[in-house]
Design a protein around this ligand. Sequence first.
Ligand code: 6PG
Length: 250
Amino acid sequence: MNDETTRLLIFDDAKATARAAAERFAEIAGESVRSRGRFSVALSGGSTPRRIYALLAGDEFRARVDWSKAHVFFGDERCVPPDDEASNYRMAQDALLSLVPVPVENVHRMIGEGDAVANARLYEDELRAYFGDVPSPSFDLVMLGLGEDGHTASLFPETPALDERGAWVAANWVEKLGAYRLTLTASVINSAAHVLFVVVGAGKAQCLNEVLNGAREPRRLPAQLIRPVRGTLEWYADRAAAAKLEGGEK
Ligand code: 6PG
């Protein structure tokens, strides 16, 4: 799998994986600010990133990112208010954003409460305000997780957003959740300079092997849609999640 733009790195455990991801985050942030004077990142949600965000907010990493030049976006959001315990914004706010000096106006929350379709359009406006009127916004970094069903961001198997062409943000009806989710579309993620998946735990092993080594079935395994056009694609996994990868190091 490893070539000049795609890498799979396997770490001993979840803690080592999170630390490596924090290191990569800081590296990309520094590179972006040095070359373009700013850093745009779309954060992933769920539980895995919490440990990464806590490291970034901690003494070892906090000063390594010029937060005054960082713009924080979200890869996806649950359709709940920002103070809901399911909110990706709330998790990132609690674990990272309230603990680092990122200007409040630089945190671009997806509005989870209210009309999902309208909120998807509003977020697209927010992206255009930052990236300008470009064919597709190019984040410096998009962080992603992997669901055991092969979803990433809120691109769930067999859902309408997988077919989205042109829109940057989708209000994706997820039948099995009985709910809408807001999500960046695959084409936006694939326009990023760097995409970093972080996958830990034995529960992800089967799916990770199918995504990386199985047949190409992106409607069943939407994470397979993620193929950056020009950017890098990196998978950081712990040994437990990598346990079913055939042939060891890829
Ligand atoms: C979300 C995430 C989602 C997540 C995966 C893995 O909103 O839940 O964006 O794509 O990355 O579901 O979640 P865990 O890290 O909790 O396993």
